[in-house]
Design a protein around this ligand. Structure first.
Ligand code: SF4
Length: 189
């Protein structure tokens, strides 16, 4: 795994499309229990070179019921975005993850994982790639039908503050889904 991670950290495959250059963010060990498949690092994560070190990360840890120490222990959580480098900004927010990244690196990363208990699919890009034909009509239906994807996958919305309207509109997520998610995470850890 260490050799693979250092190959990934040297990757420059799509550097010409990255406004701030390649700076892959990925973490994990062969013992990682929970795999976080998310979107792509934001600008702050790129600058600090640390995933989920922002309000979204704080909210995610609250959803999971874990401390910073538990979250950043790679034997607990592997961090596997759909694109490992900051893709830049578009008209309405960050651009999508670079499409070269997941087909190139996810499979080799999975080959090294030996202790996976659960994969959290955060946001539409990860759900499209991993749920494929078993995906429901949209992200909201995937999340509300999370029991259909257990014990392997648990689909989630992105915990970004810009998604607060989704949270307000779908209060069942807070009252019904999050307590079960926390219980599952506690059992695994
Ligand atoms: S986004 Fe992925 S494929 Fe592109 S340079 Fe970064 S690590 Fe390489």
């Amino acid at each position: 795994m260490q050799k693979l991670l250092s190959e990934i950290r040297d990757c420059t495959v799509c550097s010409e499309h990255l406004p701030m250059g390649p700076r892959p963010i990925i973490a994990g060990t062969s013992k990682s229990k929970i795999i976080l498949v998310s979107q792509a690092p934001g600008r702050k994560a790129h600058n600090h070179h640390k995933a989920w070190d922002d309000p979204s990360g704080k909210k995610l840890r609250e959803w999971l019921g874990v401390t910073d120490e538990e979250f950043y222990n790679p034997n607990n959580f592997a961090i596997l975005p759909m694109g490992f480098c900051y893709p830049g900004k578009g008209k309405t927010g960050d651009l999508p993850p670079r499409k070269e990244c997941a087909p190139l690196w996810h499979e080799p990363f999975w080959d090294h994982l030996q202790n996976v208990k659960l994969t959290l699919l955060i946001g539409k890009y990860s759900q499209d790639r991993y749920l494929k034909t078993i995906s429901k009509k949209n992200l909201t239906e995937n999340v509300s039908s999370y029991k259909d994807f257990l014990p392997h996958y648990f689909p989630l919305p992105h915990p970004s503050p810009v998604n607060r309207f989704w949270m307000v509109k779908n209060q069942w997520f807070d009252t019904d889904v999050l307590p079960e998610l926390r219980e599952l995470i506690a059992t695994i850890l």
